[in-house]
Design a protein around this ligand. Structure first.
Ligand SMILES: Cc1ncc(COP(=O)(O)O)c(C=O)c1O
Length: 445
């Protein structure tokens, strides 16, 4: 009898898919399989495959063997990126892991749909509304979904409450934005790689230059009656950690109030202690009307996102207008609650402030020692980046590879900028190790 079913056996390195044992694959084999069977929509660092984690900030990775590239050698990597801020609480944070194990083995409620209530949803809503200081919360899964729902809510509030004529609502975004990969998110994007051949795009979007209050005022003066919201990252992460002037957000908040326009922050990357406050908007003493969060909301264990916001804005939703099979399902609710507990009880926002200062001071020292190579150091808390001058020999990808050889994982963004955003559990010695690696690499360029 022909056996054409997929055969799956074992765990870890003994995991075998149709007679191919994962532990036997070299880094090159992994790359070839990805190139053949994957979407080729990433260009990961070459010749390195992560196997497992050693502690909250240390990855164990496999590189080609020195004598035999068919085999691999294992080495440690200090994680300078923590999954683009999805693992703020550190890998395998004990509070979250214990909660998951306890929940699955003792409490026993993995999954039910939203059409029947489960008791952990109330707990999740209480925890998140208290943590965010917002009236209402709607759970989603990926970060982009939180932004997508924010977008919909802004439009609905625009029609139902602000009384913008039907189908005329405008959502304003900022140049250089990144909100994810859905059609609406790439409709707002001005990155040609993210948009190419994905049109036609969602209408009713206008962009203003980030951190330019005059441009925003001009647009609001011209089209304010049709504008439902300014939907924007408080600090632009993917654009290369672009930090606005201190007075920008207070001025924006005032302008939005004047024109009855919502301020909707995408805190998917900046939230959960990353910038030294629980949410980046708290750095500027402003409060958004809506806020999308993701990444660290799931503590690096599950994809969890949500929109939190004002009662009258989220209150425009009605049964049937929005939903998600896995948004706030019982296991996600539990992980989401303990992700907050870990963040709060371990004082991780405070640690981000202290270690962020250490990291930024160290990066600025390196910049001062190599003023012809590093153009700028930017950041808030542990969301930091250094930008190189735009010269071929200072290429960001080359720097990422060189850092890898120093035992550090960081990745360039936009060719010239290297982002450093480690777990908020990082200690002083690890920050020094990051800085020593950067100094060595920059010196050798
Ligand atoms: C600000 C911001 N919004 C949205 C997203 C999209 O999140 P996800 O990849 O989980 O959909 C990201 C991801 O990097 C982000 O940085």
């Amino acid at each position: 009898m022909k056996n054409d079913r997929v055969n799956i056996d074992g765990y870890g390195d003994n995991l075998t898919i149709n007679n191919i044992k994962i532990g036997d694959l070299s880094p090159e084999d992994h790359e070839n399989i990805e190139k053949k069977h994957g979407g080729n929509n990433y260009s990961p660092l070459e010749n390195v495959v992560v196997s497992h984690v050693k502690d909250s900030s240390t990855l164990i990775c496999r590189k080609p063997g020195l004598t035999n590239i068919e085999k691999y050698v294992e080495s440690e990597l200090l994680d300078g990126l923590c999954c683009y801020s999805a693992v703020n609480q550190g890998q395998l944070n004990q509070t979250i892991v214990d909660a998951v194990i306890h929940h699955l083995s003792e409490e026993k409620l993995p999954t039910v749909p939203r059409s029947i209530r489960h008791k952990y949803m109330s707990a999740f809503l209480l925890a998140v509304s208290s943590f965010t200081k917002m009236d209402r919360v709607v759970p989603k899964v990926a970060g982009v979904e939180s932004w997508e729902l924010t977008f919909k809510l802004c439009r609905r509030w625009g029609y139902d409450i602000k009384k913008i004529p039907q189908d005329k609502a405008i959502i304003v975004g900022a140049t250089g934005n990144f909100h994810g990969r859905s059609v609406s998110a790439v409709s707002m994007s001005d990155d040609p790689d993210a948009r190419k051949s994905f049109g036609p795009f969602v209408p009713g979007i206008e962009l203003v230059p980030f951190n330019n209050i005059d441009a925003l005022e001009e647009l609001f003066d011209k089209k304010g009656e049709y504008i439902a919201a300014y939907s924007v990252e408080p600090i632009q992460g993917e654009a290369g950690v672009i930090v606005p002037d201190d007075h920008y957000w207070p001025a924006v908040s005032k302008l939005c109030k004047k024109h009855n326009i919502l301020l909707a922050f995408d805190e998917v990357q900046t939230g959960y202690g990353r910038t030294g406050k629980n949410f980046a908007h708290q750095l500027y003493d402003v409060k958004p009307d809506l806020m999308g969060c993701g990444k660290a909301a799931g503590g690096g264990i599950l994809p969890i996102s949500f929109v939190a916001g004002r009662d009258d804005v989220i209150g425009t939703l009605t049964p049937g207008s929005e939903g998600s099979t896995f948004g706030g399902y019982p296991l996600a609710s539990v992980v989401g609650i303990y992700a907050i507990k870990a963040l709060v009880e371990e004082n991780l926002a405070d640690n981000a402030l202290v270690k962020g200062r250490q990291l930024m001071d160290g990066l600025n020292e390196i910049k001062n020692d190599f003023p012809d190579k590093i153009k700028e150091v930017r950041g808030k808390g542990l969301l930091t980046a250094f930008e190189m001058f735009d010269e071929p020999y200072l290429d960001g990808h080359h720097i990422s590879v060189a850092l890898l050889n120093q035992g550090i994982y960081a990745k360039e963004t936009h060719h010239t900028t290297i982002r450093l955003a480690p777990a908020l559990t990082i200690n002083e010695t690890q920050v020094n190790n990051l800085l020593n690696g950067v100094r060595t690499v920059v010196k050798e360029l």
